[in-house]
Design a protein around this ligand. Structure first.
Ligand code: PMM
Length: 263
């Protein structure tokens, strides 16, 4: 899943794709680089970010989704709002990626159920403005699994048939929490298919002596290898080329053959 933020303020690519034409060109590049899905978002969720109005979010996202879908690109919409999800699916998006797992907008789960598309439910404890104050856990893996499990119950009750879970790397989590979750992906996979969104996030910058976001792609690709080997459903990344290549390597290693061909 390639990241396409049509926002002025996302932490890594904010302001880079703020016209429809530049956003669509970038989405086409993500597909050419190997993305199976281009994830179009119109609201930054970086720690401390302010919210935008639903109208503004729709105005950013819908024309980009429509144009990419016309070009045959599969799109997801990254939104916490039912109205934006519905408008993007009407424009051709085929998956709703909700970083709040249905908690930010009570209309979201019924809307997704009636749209009939798959849904990504991410672990979330509150809006970006103060989410890091909620990074308090006795046992982060057990608590994230249990909170995601409650979201899965809510999805089932609403009638959503296809759900991918995401631990929400960097959302109400310290670096230590992120590493613990990545070390325990198998426990998340017991819930269902797993999406991981570690790309360029601050905990990788901290590991790499405070390197800025664009210098974190090799570390991101390393985590894609880990995710692919664990059998995750997907990764959400900025540098699609590196991750798509990594997935192809892991898939090729899984295929037997050559062992009997001699040296
Ligand atoms: N992270 C961001 C935005 N959307 N969606 C999912 N499912 N998982 C994530 O980890 C996630 C997300 C924030 O990163 P960005 O500013 O690079 O988009």
């Amino acid at each position: 899943m390639g990241v396409l933020n049509v926002t002025p303020d996302s932490f890594s690519d904010g302001g880079r794709h703020d016209t429809v034409d530049t956003a669509v060109a970038f989405g086409l590049q993500l597909r050419a680089d190997g993305a199976d899905l281009v994830d179009v978002g119109g609201e930054s969720t970086r720690p401390g970010a302010a919210r935008v109005s639903a109208d503004e979010e729709c105005a950013r996202v819908v024309p980009v989704v429509a144009a990419l879908v016309r070009e045959g690109v599969r799109c997801s919409v990254d939104t916490m709002r039912a109205s934006v999800a519905s408008a993007a699916v009407s424009a051709g998006a085929t998956l709703v990626n909700d970083v709040s797992g249905g908690l930010a907008d009570r209309s979201m789960l019924p809307a997704v159920a009636s749209l009939g598309v798959p849904y990504v439910a991410m672990h979330w404890r509150g809006h970006s403005a103060d989410m890091q104050t909620r990074a308090v856990y006795d046992d982060v893996v057990t608590e994230v699994v249990s909170e995601l499990s409650a979201r899965l119950d809510a999805c089932a009750a609403a009638g959503i048939s296809s759900v991918v879970v995401d631990p929400g790397i960097g959302f109400a989590k310290t670096a230590e929490h992120n590493w613990a979750l990545l070390r325990n992906v198998a426990r998340l996979q017991a819930l269902g298919p797993v999406l991981l969104g570690s790309s360029r996030k601050a905990f990788l910058g901290a590991l790499l002596d405070d390197r800025p976001p664009v210098g974190r792609d090799a570390a991101t690709t390393a985590l894609t290898v880990v995710a692919a080997q664990a059998g995750c459903w997907g990764v959400r990344v900025h540098d699609v080329r590196g991750s798509a290549d990594a997935v192809r390597v892991v898939e090729r290693l899984r295929q037997p053959g050559g062992e009997r061909l001699g040296a």
